[in-house]
Write a protein that binds this ligand. Structure first.
Ligand SMILES: N[C@@H](CCC(=O)N[C@@H](CS)C(=O)NCC(=O)O)C(=O)O
Length: 210
């Protein structure tokens, strides 16, 4: 049985949860308590030395230690429904927007939150090594995040989905980023009608409630 190492309140494992649900893959879930620092404890380090969630133990007993590996494995092992595109051009378009959702969305939120939160002093990056906060990075993260919302809104003006006219991994990563942006007080508003329409439509998918 597949095991997902998860944290119900964290955005990165939510990406894996949605992917598993979209593909209808039965699995067990183990919650790791990030607030209590369980990811840094000896027991979890043995599972994932990178000290992050999600991690996924495959049926063969191999532990995949990040979303990139988890998504690559699940798409190859359970090809239906395809979430990375089918034709070469669709795959390219989805890969491009998936990267943007990670780099311009996810990483911008991480910069803004992890470089400003008093709870994350010296934890400006996840993982086993401590890094000091850089307050200016928090400001830049907020600016990048606002720009990402504007760009995503423009992109969705003429589209139901972000890339290749199909629901894909790009929508999954983007919706998790858009929802988690609340943590730094950035939310879709009247300047983002297309983004709001897309977000409302995604709510109809059972996976998005996870
Ligand atoms: N590259 C990783 C990043 C995972 C990540 O940053 N996870 C966060 C939770 S959203 C974490 O484990 N944080 C632990 C910490 O802050 O110590 C992935 O997407 O799989």
């Amino acid at each position: 049985m597949i095991t997902l190492y998860d944290c119900a309140t964290a955005p990165s494992p939510r990406r894996a949860r949605i992917l598993l649900a979209e593909k209808g893959i039965t699995h067990e879930t183990v919650q790791i308590d990030l607030r209590a620092g369980e990811q840094l404890g000896a027991a979890y380090r043995q599972i994932n030395p990178l000290c992050t969630v999600p991690a996924l133990r495959t049926e063969e007993g191999v532990v995949l230690t990040d979303n990139a590996a988890i998504a690559a494995y699940l798409e190859a092992r359970y090809p239906q429904p395809p979430l990375f595109g089918v034709t070469p051009l669709d795959k390219a378009e989805i890969a491009s927007w998936h990267w943007r959702a990670e780099f311009e969305g996810f990483l911008a939120i991480a910069e803004a939150l992890r470089n400003s939160s008093p709870a994350m002093v010296n934890r400006a990056l996840p993982g086993p090594v401590n890094y000091a906060q850089i307050p200016q990075l928090a400001e830049r993260g907020l600016a990048r995040l606002r720009q990402f919302f504007a760009d995503l809104n423009d992109r969705l003006e003429t589209r139901e989905f972000i890339a290749a006219q199909q629901f894909s991994i790009a929508d999954i990563t983007a919706v998790v980023a858009v929802d988690f942006a609340r943590i730094v007080k950035v939310k879709p508003d009247e300047r983002h009608p297309h983004l709001q329409r897309w977000r409302a439509a995604l709510q109809l998918r059972p996976s998005i409630a996870l």
